[in-house]
Design a binder for this molecule. Sequence first.
Ligand SMILES: *Cc1c(COP(=O)(O)O)cnc(C)c1O
Length: 632
Amino acid sequence: MEAWRIEQAAELYGIHRWANGYFGLNAHGNVTAKTQDTEVALLDIVQGMTERGLNMPILLRIENILDAQLSRLNEAFRAAIATCGYNNRYRGVYPIKVNQQAQVTEEIADFGSRYQHGFEVGSKPELITALATLKAPGSMIICNGYKDPGFIELGFHAIKLGFTCFFVVETPTELPIIIERSRTFGIEPLIGVRIKMTSSVSGYWNSTSGDRSVFGLTSTQLISAVDLLKAEGMLHCLQLLHCHLGSQIPNICDIRSGVVEACRYYADLLNEGATMTHIDLGGGLAIDYTGARLNDAQSRNYGLEEYCEGIVDTLKTTFDSYDIEHPVIVTESGRATVAYSSVLLFNVLNVTTFEPAAITGEAARYPALYPELAPMVEIFDYLNPQRIQECYNDAHFYRTELREQFKRGQINLRTRSIAENLFLDIMQRIVAILDTLERVPADLEGLKASLADIYYGNFSLFQSLPDIWAINQLFPIMPIHRLNEEPTRQAVLADITCDCDGKIDNFIDPWGGTSTTLPLHPPRESEEYYLGVFLVGAYQEILGDLHNLFGDTHVVSVRLNRDGSYDVVKEIHGDSVADVLSYVEYQPIEMQKRFRDTAEQAVKEGRISASERQQMMATFNASMQGYTYYER
Ligand SMILES: *Cc1c(COP(=O)(O)O)cnc(C)c1O
């Protein structure tokens, strides 16, 4: 047998396809987080956390990766602008809804200040976050979403404080409020209009655009808005055109054709007399989750440089043909900015295999004791590649027969158990033969998956990976260590909620396609086995819920250092049991009191001793303060 090489593991899990250079494998078979000048094994970080008393699951944030993505985005636009000879600049804004956690927005505001990276907000709480987080004067805030008078008032304060704060009009009702407040405050607003695009895109979020999109103004509403502003002598305040085709747009052609449509609106708003200066193309820059580089919902058929050049080149060509000055380019990339920087880490608690138990051989050794099993035992004699379909059919037929006999009391439980084991044994042997065949018979396609091991992971799908449940999102998943060993098992993953939906049985295969099972290592006695779910920085945290009362996981932000060490920059403890109970309106103090009363009653009635009561109370109180996940 040839020795297993680490490069084979890299190929098997496709790490170089999806990691965007941020993750790799080291010579010890560990997954590392990488930046330009350093790499740190995730296992070292996990061990460091364990020493600090933080149990799995942990959501790990790597600040350097977030910084690097912000740089790449801004630098790629800068480069495209230079290459295409575009006569204006790029201003990025981060849409807060993609990950609102304070550590994330604060890091974006801090590191992003060198690029004057701003925020896109869609609600009052998001606007308040932006106002309290951005520091650089002139920072841009794009206000999308439904805006009530309070929202608009805050926006005017932002302008007064020196922020470049645009109100993007999404509905006809907002404009009169903006105009009225502008009079009251004596401040001129910066106004944008969101258009309803007719260009539609492929992917999951295609209903964001098109005639039935719930967002943006129709052309009729747009013209009324222009007329209203003109009548109020405020048309010069209209300076920005906004459009957003949807998130995770897999096809660069859709993006380009959206840009062309946006340019037409922009040009005609100029013709109408507006002082247009900014074109905001929204989000949509996709992540290649599968690494397939395909026009497919979980992938994309372009890279970052191509995206930027596609936009800048289309804008330049179109505006030049209209003889229009080039506006500032704004984009609102959220997913692409934050997805890479978070990894969910968890340990495997248990494994169920579908291997036959040792008792299988008994029927063959003592045929006289088990005459009913003879036809099943005989299958082993003709189990070969030419006859696998026949063996598969026979095994099913005899198993059904034997199950019926059991129901009718014709065979006993022990015989039935041997029959089930013989069946499993035959199925496993068929799977082994299938692996050597060029073509798998259609009937047997699902067999391998149906015999896959179940690895129970210490996490909640609903809390930490809701998009897997909601929209069948694929995230790269792999062990973070032992990659110098061949993973010999095929598995599906189950979480620790008591919900049959809390499972993962769709994985990325080595070619960027999908597979129903994931290759894993058999866990070792007395050693934890850790898996990582990658690219989970966008949308997952806030969409997660408290199913089965599993709360927020611990979150640890680290910064990788050049010498291969890391600093724990921020550490946020996950919810305790008391925390999650209070979310559903229990009062932990009151619960302790009630439990104490129950225990005291038991002491009174002589069922437990006073010192037993003491012990019970200690356990109860400690559990209240404990982590909601499995603790060893
Ligand atoms: C959600 C959203 C974004 C972010 O989109 P991504 O595809 O995550 O970059 C940007 N702009 C608007 C208006 C949005 O609603």
